[in-house]
Design a binder for this molecule. Sequence first.
Ligand SMILES: [Fe+2]
Length: 268
Amino acid sequence: MPGPRGGAAAAGRSVGFPANGPVIPGSHRCRGGRVVAVRCEALFCTPLWSSQHPDPVLLQGLATTVLSLEAADPAGIQRTNQGGWHSPVTLLDQPQFAGLFHWIAAEALGAFEAWGWDLNQALPCFHNAWAMVNRKGSSTRAHLHPNSFFSGVCYLQVPAGSGAIAFLDPRSGAQMLQPPMRSDARGDHSGRVVQHPYPGLLLLFPSWLWHEVEPSSCQEPRICISFNLGLRPVKTRPADSGGTATEGPMVGSPAAWAVGGGKPGPAT
Ligand SMILES: [Fe+2]
């Protein structure tokens, strides 16, 4: 009987349980001393990439720039932010942030290439980017980023207690599995994985992954830059973007990356 994606005839990686394959997470000694070595493959895993920006001086300078933008436009815009300040989604047009986006582009390309993305056929592109400032009581409700491929956030300033980001299990039906778990069980075996940010942390994840930001408990602002990425085939890359179809992956200016990215998805 055909499966939901076409059954056995559909293309896909075969599941391997080779007799001499890796044991994940390893053999386990059960109560009573018996050792079992059952194998477990993680199917359809959700990538969450992270990296660390190397220049704290640049980050602090950008944090000051964001506060200046907030002072000039205190109302900002309203999306999923609950009480925080959300800038317009036009940060790609601000030259002060070009260096940060260039670094993000390079990190993202490295992540995608290692993941198996054929960058000779299609490249990522920036859709849009924005800044967020959260103070005491501010949070972000659970959301995803429609019409984009990957989304991310880079933290500029993170005072203690200013709110962690939490990722929510996107698999329908997975919440059926709620046996009592030991305290040393992997965090992603629950339905909610919390990441405590710090200055310079870059997180990159699929845009379909639900996430939320916990309320800040401190007055000092927590400042971050968020962005959406899309995909564009190399063969449709416009000549004015600074390259040709036969050129390798472009890690140049963010403005060039943004060109030809298709319709931007709504920022959330
Ligand atoms: Fe988000």
